[in-house]
Design a protein around this ligand. Structure first.
Ligand SMILES: [Zn+2]
Ligand SMILES: [Zn+2]
Length: 350
């Protein structure tokens, strides 16, 4: 099999010829049809996350070995282990990549994504930047009905991340009860999921008018450019005095400082984006206003199940995804790092 691997952090990925894995037991082998390029791939490639103040959280290559990235995998089953049931060779599936050890309290409580001994596809073990991916069990595979091939894999990370974060920030009673920070690929996906799952139109905040225009077209109830004068007043007016729920897909100092101060009493602010930085929160205000500041990291297998039910039922309108040949992976990561990508990109294998 052919794979594009990170050989050294920050260096261009290299095309490598590897042995194609043979599934045994409960394993399923997928031939990669399409694999989304997610912003966390930029951090995995770089080998760190920015914690602000010049501090970095390292994310080294597992075991110092070359890594085949790509965790938004949509693939066709080419072989199955002898214990696999209910999966047909030739059928296409989305792979849930957030694998745990399968044997700890977290894993037994539908929190495999928190497991300290995880082996996530495309992060710890080979993923969809390779033309084949070995999935340890069929329970991680989901039908995507008639979702476009280029989009399906993205439900396993960006879609799931959006769905799970929206679940944490609710409940939503009406339009404008949700504020989405970012009109980038993930923000727009969240907008569609909010409409499908909760039947509400959210407010969308960004610093780019072109992206905000897209959010309007896709049904945002209102859009706000947070760099413009009067942005805070506009949000307070639209939310009748403060936002109940804000989901921040940027996670930068500027976005959190802007939004957190505009939260209503008892409101919830969920940070999803990994842009990085630090904020300073006056503690008495935290108590007096009973604000909740929390993070959200991907989502559980149960969340994935719920999301894919909405997808299969056709409730979530597909977003457009640009496809590129996997050989363009280095250019794609570079453009994503520089913030030049409008919308989503998936890599295909010929
Ligand atoms: Zn991702
Ligand atoms: Zn575990």
């Amino acid at each position: 099999m052919k794979a594009y691997q990170v050989v050294a952090n920050g260096e261009p990925l290299e095309e490598r010829e590897l042995d194609t894995p043979q599934p045994t037991g409960s394993e399923v082998l997928l031939k990669t049809v399409s694999c989304g390029v997610c912003h966390s791939d930029v951090h995995i490639h770089d080998g760190y996350f920015d914690l602000g103040g010049g501090v970095q959280l390292p994310s080294p290559l597992p075991g110092g070995e070359p890594l085949t990235m790509g965790h938004e995998i949509f693939g066709e089953v080419t072989a199955i282990g002898e214990e696999v049931e209910g999966i047909n060779v030739g059928q296409k599936y989305v792979a849930y990549p957030w694998m745990g050890c399968g044997d700890c309290d977290l894993c037994n409580d539908d929190m495999t994504h928190y497991c300290p001994n995880n082996s996530n596809l495309g992060i710890h073990v080979g993923g969809g930047y390779g033309d084949h991916v070995l999935v340890p069990h069929s329970k991680y595979l989901f039908d995507a009905a008639d979702t476009p091939d280029s989009l399906a894999g993205s439900y396993a990370c960006r879609g799931l991340t959006a769905y799970s974060a929206l679940k944490k920030a609710g409940p939503y009673t009406k339009d404008n009860s949700l504020v989405i920070v970012s009109a980038g690929g993930l923000g727009l996906l969240a907008l569609k999921i909010a409409k499908a799952a909760y039947g509400i139109s959210p407010i969308v905040i960004d610093i780019d008018d072109e992206k905000l225009g897209m959010a309007s077209q896709l049904g945002a109830s209102a859009t706000i450019n947070s760099t413009e004068e009067g942005a805070a007043e506009k949000l307070l007016e639209l939310t009748e005095g403060g936002a109940r729920s804000i989901v921040d897909f940027v996670g930068a100092e500027a976005s959190v400082n802007f939004g957190y101060n505009l939260l209503a009493r008892g409101g919830t602010y969920v940070i999803v984006g990994l842009f990085g930085g630090q904020i300073s929160v006056p503690l008495p205000m935290q108590a007096l206003f009973e604000k909740k500041l929390m993070g959200s990291y991907v989502g559980s297998l149960g969340d994935m199940q719920e999301l894919m039910e909405l997808v299969v039922a056709g409730k979530i309108e597909p977003v457009d995804v640009e496809t590129r040949d996997v050989s363009e992976v280095n250019r794609t990561l570079e453009e994503m790092k520089e913030g030049k990508l409008l919308g989503m990109v998936a890599l295909t294998h010929d």
